[in-house]
Design a protein. Sequence first.
Length: 266
Amino acid sequence: MPTIELILLFILIGAATGAISSIIKIAPTLIAIPTLYFFLPVFSLSLQDLMLPAIATCITAFIPTHLYAWIKSMKHGEVDSQHLINFAPGIAMGGVIGAQLLSLASFLVFKIGFTLIALIAILNIILRSRTKKTPSIAINKLGHIPIGLFIGTMSLVSGNCGHTLGESLSTLKAVDQRQRQGSINGFVVFASIAAMVGFIFPAQSFDQATLSGFSGAIHVPLMLVLAFSHLFFYWLCRNRGNTLDKSVLSISFVIFTTCSLIRLWL
């Protein structure tokens, strides 16, 4: 069983990711994964050795919050249903494939993928501040499944839940601003639930002979702690924060992500 100190770390990660993602709408794994990389050595653990269970536990823990946000968006009619129908099936399939590939991938592959996703997330934040409308890019029907597969697979291999690439896709498709976040939440729900199946039955398991509390690659006790903490602080901070708060948090996130990438590679 995890120590009290490790449980406290996951509570604090849940609080930070819940509050920040509620206000500026970013993928919580972009905060959770670097934080684990920084602090796991304190407990004589390494993200490199525990890459699969750490990512699997985080992504699974955030599912209740993503589901809550998506349902709220649907109730208010803030979801582009056609956009979701076009790409969600491919993203779901990619989520399963990505979770399987992650269990086979090396830490170097993960670092490369995480770096690319983090840089795209920074670009997404910059594009949000643009007042000029982005031209819509037409995508043929035959491209819906392959693009969805790419988003789901690439996101999971990179330790992401599909939020970042889903946001880029919605921006390129010029989805209505009122429906954009709800549609992204839908992508994340499909990708995360599909990935959970892949994490429960990973293609290649890790050595957990001396560990307990696992369901496949997911550490259930820590997943529950992180899920409750994240959901509570997300709910607590929903619909809060003015324009200045969002700008400050966005800048802070960019700085944190940049520092995380530097530390990850040095």
